[in-house]
Write a protein that binds this ligand. Structure first.
Ligand code: NAD
Ligand code: SAH
Length: 413
């Protein structure tokens, strides 16, 4: 039985799914192949990914491949109720609602896992965590799964090192066609989109503090600079700090950046990146957003403790009036700003990430029962296949090596 907010919202969700389909040629090609070959027949797949239009389309493509698909979200604020209703209407079982609390969120994940999946798609590692613990019994048929994001991979590798990973999991995040585009250009654009939507403020001329210069941080710094911001980067890794400096950004510790920033964005996967001592020195009106992982990068407890008044200023903007009268503004409750206050990455980007997901899942359906527990890289030919379809959809052609060139490149002389 579906758990969605309101089935009457389905028409608007259907329009959203219809729109993104026009910009997802990789998933369209995979859907056509799946419709003919039905390679996922007999498989039950549970997906835990931000439930918005592109994700709904991925679920429909997997269903077109013959699978029974059960979809839930991966964040309490990113589910779009109209899309969830449209997806349920199309025959996918859906357990997802926007704005749930932490307990309700976990209950929705557990109710999805009750389908006893053969395969899973996880985003952040919540499903696999439950399958190793409270939901162990639902993992009796599990072949393995795919993980979408950096922090999820980090959690899986920690588990693997401790000898506590019981299934093969494919590291979709580290495929080239995922992190080089999704984490960098996707996060770069959608984070600014998620900040500009609710605030309706200008980026040009602002001092933007980017915490973390990994793939996501690089994307955001590049785009904020392009829109006219002065960009400061904070890092803990010396190599990344040099890279940011040579890319033209000013690097300094958060203790110093806190005094000069107008807009702060965390993209680290770490916790307590911005805490009480930083809030104490920030400028009146500073904006605080997270586009990394859980809502722990900006310490909300410290923020509440420093405030004498907390109020909802506008949708997605909470005001914190400090005891000295300054107001700090937290966006999207410190959860992923691009998905909680926006639509996440654009369709053309999620097409690549989800193309990798669909083909990796197919690989697992075919070969997973021979794989030992562990974290596996996406097979190179899947990355290449996704890149080729993407290039041809963009109308871009490549050179190819002649026989002489191939011989030359492979020569030991
Ligand atoms: P990454 O590993 O490439 O980069 C993270 C960077 O943060 C590293 O350079 C690391 O040194 C730095 N860092 C860690 N702790 C820090 C601290 N306390 N202060 C300053 N810097 C610190 O990872 P990534 O691919 O850029 O992903 C970053 C986070 O964003 C992850 O949690 C990932 O799951 C998430 N993510 C979000 C989206 C989105 O849609 N918003 C998309 C992809 C990934
Ligand atoms: N459960 C975690 C998940 C981290 S989200 C949390 O909510 O904190 C990071 C992932 O979201 C990225 O790897 C990216 O691929 C994915 N993402 C970004 N935009 C998306 C979109 N429009 N639809 C679905 N997933 C999206």
């Amino acid at each position: 039985m579906n758990e969605v907010k309101d089935m009457s919202l389905a028409p608007s969700g259907r329009d959203k799914i219809d729109w993104v389909k026009s910009y997802m040629p990789i998933l369209n090609a995979i859907r056509e192949r799946f419709e003919k070959e039905k390679p996922l027949s007999g498989k039950t797949i549970v997906t835990s990914i931000h439930l918005e239009a592109k994700t709904a389309y991925l679920a429909q493509v997997l269903a077109a491949g013959g699978a029974r698909v059960v979809s839930t979200g991966c964040n309490p604020l990113s589910t779009q109720d109209d899309v969830a209703a449209a997806l349920a209407e199309s025959g996918v079982e859906v357990h997802a609602r926007h704005g749930v609390n932490d307990e309700e969120y976990t209950a929705l994940l557990k109710n999805s896992l009750a389908a006893c999946p053969d395969l899973i798609i996880d985003d952040g590692g919540d499903l696999i965590h439950l399958l190793h613990g409270e939901c162990r019994e639902y993992g009796k048929k599990l072949i393995g799964g795919c993980e979408e994001t950096t922090t999820g991979i980090h959690r899986l590798k920690t588990r693997e090192k401790a000898g506590l990973l019981d299934w093969p999991m494919i590291d979709v995040n580290d495929a080239d066609c995922k992190h080089l585009f999704d984490n960098r250009y996707g996060t770069g654009q959608s984070t600014l989109d998620g900040i500009m939507n609710p605030t309706n403020l200008i980026i040009a001329g602002k001092t933007v503090v980017v915490a973390g210069y990994g793939w996501c941080g690089k994307g955001l710094a590049m785009r904020a600079k392009g829109m006219g911001a002065v960009v400061i980067v904070t890092e803990i890794d010396p190599v990344k700090a040099i890279e940011a400096t040579m890319d033209g950004f000013t690097v300094m510790p958060m203790d110093e950046a806190a005094k000069v920033g107008d807009l702060f964005v965390t993209l680290t996967g770490c916790r307590d990146v911005i805490t009480g001592r930083h809030f104490a020195v920030m400028k009146d009106g500073a904006l605080l957003a997270n586009s990394g992982h859980f809502d722990v990068e900006i310490n909300k407890e410290d923020l509440a403790a420093a405030a004498e008044e907390v109020w909802q200023r506008k949708p997605h903007i909470t005001g914190y009036r400090m005891k000295d009268g300054r107001v700090l503004n937290l966006l999207a409750e410190g959860r992923l700003v691009n998905l909680a206050a926006g639509n996440g990455h654009p369709a053309e980007i999620m097409d690549m990430s989800f193309g990798i997901q669909a083909l990796s899942l197919l690989y697992l359906a075919r070969h997973g029962s021979h794989l030992k527990p562990g974290v596996y890289q996406v097979p190179r030919d899947i990355d290449q296949a996704v890149a080729s379809v993407k290039l041809s959809a963009m109308g871009i052609r490549l050179d190819s090596l002649t026989e002489e060139q191939t011989a030359y490149m492979n020569s030991v002389e």
